[in-house]
Design a protein around this ligand. Structure first.
Ligand code: GLU
Length: 291
């Protein structure tokens, strides 16, 4: 075994669809090719979006496809104290501040000033906020650009102070943000390599900033092309992505391999699950996913 550690981290907001199967397959195939570990994490931090029972349906579907994960499944909802500890560390370092701004007035301000809608103008950075009243916590971002090297998409540079500004780590409703939770989890689980969809490419510099503030190692990244519907939209529950036909697991894996540009032979469409996995172990090449 190498020290390579990959993971698949679905949000239990609905059933596994082709887009999530593609992310699971790419991360799994690469971890196994590198003789590493592959972990499964259920990202149920955003409780209002979580659908009861979806976690188990995702887990069952993965098992039915033949995925085998290492160790226990981690549930974000069971690690809230770790996210709080990370926030406390950032408070001690004066990296975060409470914010009392509300969404609507912020949007009106940005519209009037013709600023990008997602850019926080920093109003509370130097304000005195009464923390007995509802507030979120934001992390200060640097004025200089950050860069990471994506093994499929190349160098990715973003000046967070121009794109999003100080961003939220803990929301007014006291839920931790995906950005903080994912960084804490990947570090806690010693994940070395993150393979996921390109919809998360523009979250990565924010995650890199949190990693640097918390002084935790930055994993390697590969963002794979997104599976789109016939109107060019990312497959997701919001876009009513069709559920996978679990009665035809080989065909689903074939489609996932096809999206990942692995050129699986047509004859595999009707082969046994064993045969398609055997083919994959011999032919998997992540570089074919390069855009
Ligand atoms: N939970 C996220 C999703 O389902 C993935 C997070 C990640 O891979 O970093 O889109």
């Amino acid at each position: 075994m190498s020290d390579y550690c990959g993971r698949f981290a679905p949000s239990p907001t609905g059933d596994l669809h082709l887009g999530s199967l593609v992310a699971a397959l790419a991360s799994y195939a690469e971890a196994k090719k590198q003789q590493g570990r592959w972990l499964l994490r259920i990202e149920d931090i955003d409780m209002p979006r979580t659908e009861a029972g979806a976690d188990q349906r995702i887990i069952d579907a993965l098992a039915q496809f033949g995925f085998v994960w290492d160790g226990d499944i981690r549930y974000q909802s069971q690690h809230i104290s770790e996210y709080q500890a990370a926030l406390e560390q950032l408070k001690q370092q004066d990296r975060v501040y409470p914010c009392a701004c509300k969404r609507k007035p912020l949007r009106r301000y940005n519209e009037a000033k013709q600023l990008p809608l997602g850019l926080y103008p920093g109003f509370c950075r130097h304000a005195r906020i009464d923390t007995d009243k509802p507030h979120s916590w934001r992390i200060k971002v640097p004025q200089i650009p950050l860069t990471f090297q994506d093994s499929l998409c190349g160098a990715q540079t973003e000046n967070l102070s121009q794109s999003c500004g100080d961003f939220i780590l803990k929301r007014t409703d006291k839920l931790f943000s995906y950005q903080l939770a994912v960084v804490v989890d990947d570090a806690a689980q010693a994940v070395t390599d993150i393979i996921r969809g390109q919809d998360l490419l523009d979250s990565t510099n924010r995650q890199q900033h949190i990693q640097q503030c918390l002084e935790i190692p930055e994993p390697r990244y590969a963002h794979i092309p997104l599976v789109k519907d016939n109107r060019g939209r990312k497959l997701s529950k919001q876009n009513h992505a069709p559920a996978l036909d679990l009665t035809k697991p080989t065909l689903c894996l074939w489609q996932a391999l096809d999206y990942l540009r692995q050129s699986p032979p047509e004859s595999l469409k009707t082969a046994s699950l064993d045969t398609i996995w055997q083919w994959l172990w011999q032919h998997w090449d992540i570089n074919k996913c390069k855009t």
